[in-house]
Design a protein around this ligand. Structure first.
Ligand SMILES: Nc1ncnc2c1ncn2[C@@H]1O[C@H](COP(=O)(O)OP(=O)(O)OP(=O)(O)O)[C@@H](O)[C@H]1O
Ligand SMILES: [Mg+2]
Length: 414
């Protein structure tokens, strides 16, 4: 029975506890190991029962679900909390995530939504645990060179700060540096812009076309679904409409990234700014999260919150790198102020250049290709060089011998 998911139900209303227990009683892979009627009892029971998943009501007298989750994260870190609330407000969601919750369900939810959430958080936690344990077991490199690619997520906790711009130009720059197979996945399934920036026909295949194969079983190859851009980048587009996007789940995203990882050296994913289960699945899969911020007070505030959440999610060490986009000294906030405010150094900066960026956007040609000399292109090249581990930004101009050397050093940082 080791593979059954052990669930603890926490709710102050007895009928809700009974109802949830009965619903989950029908699931062969889920085992309700206990119930609790308050935050304090939840902690006591979780310490004794060591559940895999805790279904936690957010509103309870005495200690509420958020306070209980905070304590649980410290006392029973292996238990993943799924928060339940009648309110779906962003503030509740954010506070729950900050407290350490892994998933958020808005009541009333269907039994399918409930079981899918439980399975998702459990799979995610298990995968994370095995990844954390693996490097300890051996001091050898995680994977043989060339066997699997590196996944770089381009994320920002706030929209409109340049994720798509950076993702597209970074992919093109990495390809120009000699990275053999570079894939670019549009992870903004509802309103993806990657195709627009690359002037690709929206009638092309997209991740939505992969769903039937994913549902049927194993995904054998992404070859017939990616579009080969003239820069050499292999692009997996977002679905053509928000309706089509509804069929792509977080689990699909995870499996597609796994496949892309097997087929490419570098996989760049343009993430949504929303903090939902799809974003979490992408961030979990990523080896590096290039987290973008701008010199705006809201962007800085959200970054501070995200860094706290990232800490809770166990994204330690070098996984997160801060990229300041539209760095412009005339805006009244200096880089040093940002660093002071978020308590972390900015790893890379990209200059603000509305002319080059918007002109390129409107033509559907990445500025890195059409305006290589511009400072903004040089900044992207520097970022690409850091990401792929090549030593010299001049590699793109190098002759074939130098290119071979640059290629050799690609991915050396992994
Ligand atoms: N370095 C830059 N200099 C000048 N303008 C920029 C720069 N980077 C991005 N922009 C502009 O900022 C706007 C937002 O960029 P982009 O669409 O890439 O952001 P995003 O984070 O992907 O947004 P969304 O949340 O809509 O997905 C665009 O008009 C883009 O041209
Ligand atoms: Mg975008």
């Amino acid at each position: 029975m080791a593979d059954r998911i052990k669930v603890l139900i926490v709710d102050d209303i007895p009928e809700t506890r009974d109802h949830l227990s009965k619903l989950l009683g029908f699931e062969a892979d889920i085992d309700v190991v206990g119930v609790a009627s308050s935050g304090a009892e939840a902690i006591e029971r979780a310490v004794a029962l060591q559940p895999d998943v805790v279904l936690m009501d957010i509103n309870m007298p005495d200690m509420d679900g958020i306070a209980a989750t905070e304590q649980l994260s410290a006392k029973v870190p292996a238990a993943a909390v799924v928060m339940m609330s009648v309110q779906g407000e962003a503030d509740y969601l954010r506070r729950s995530m900050l407290a350490g919750a892994r998933e958020f369900l808005v009541k009333p939810f269907s039994s399918d939504e409930l079981t899918a959430s439980i399975r998702q958080v459990w799979t995610r936690e298990r995968d994370k645990l095995s990844r954390m344990i693996a490097p300890v077991a051996t001091s050898a490199p995680a994977a043989a060179p060339g066997e699997t690619g590196t996944v770089v997520a381009i994320f920002s906790p706030k929209g409109g700060v340049g994720r798509t711009t950076v993702a597209v130009n970074l992919a093109v720059a990495a390809a120009s540096l000699g990275a053999k197979r570079v894939a670019l996945m549009d992870g903004c399934f509802q309103f993806g812009d990657v195709g627009v920036l690359l002037n690709l026909n929206p009638k092309n295949k997209s991740i939505a076309d992969l769903v039937p194969e994913l549902e049927a079983g194993e995904l054998e190859s992404t070859d017939t679904f990616v579009i080969n851009h003239s820069s050499g980048v292999r692009v997996l587009l977002a679905p053509p409409s928000p309706e089509a996007a509804e069929h792509v789940t977080a689990n699909h995203a995870k499996r597609v990234i796994e496949r892309l990882r097997a087929e490419n050296d570098l996989i760049i994913v343009d993430c949504p700014a929303a903090f939902n289960d799809t974003t979490l699945a992408i961030l979990d899969e990523a080896d590096i999260i290039l987290t973008l911020l701008s010199l705006e007070i809201t962007s800085i505030k959200n970054m501070r919150l995200f860094l706290e959440v990232a800490d809770q999610l166990g994204y330690g060490g070098n996984k997160i790198r801060l990229v300041l986009n539209r760095a412009d000294s005339t805006l009244g906030i200096r880089v040093a102020d940002v660093e002071h405010s978020i308590g972390r150094k900015v790893d890379h900066t990209i200059v603000s250049d509305g002319r080059s960026v918007v002109y390129a956007l409107n033509r559907g040609v990445p500025f890195f290709l059409s305006n290589r000399e511009a400072q903004v292109s040089q900044d992207i090249l520097r970022l690409a060089t850091a990401v792929v581990g090549a030593n010299e930004a001049a590699a793109s101009k190098a002759d074939s011998t130098d290119k071979a050397a640059a290629k050799k050093s690609l991915f050396a940082w992994r």
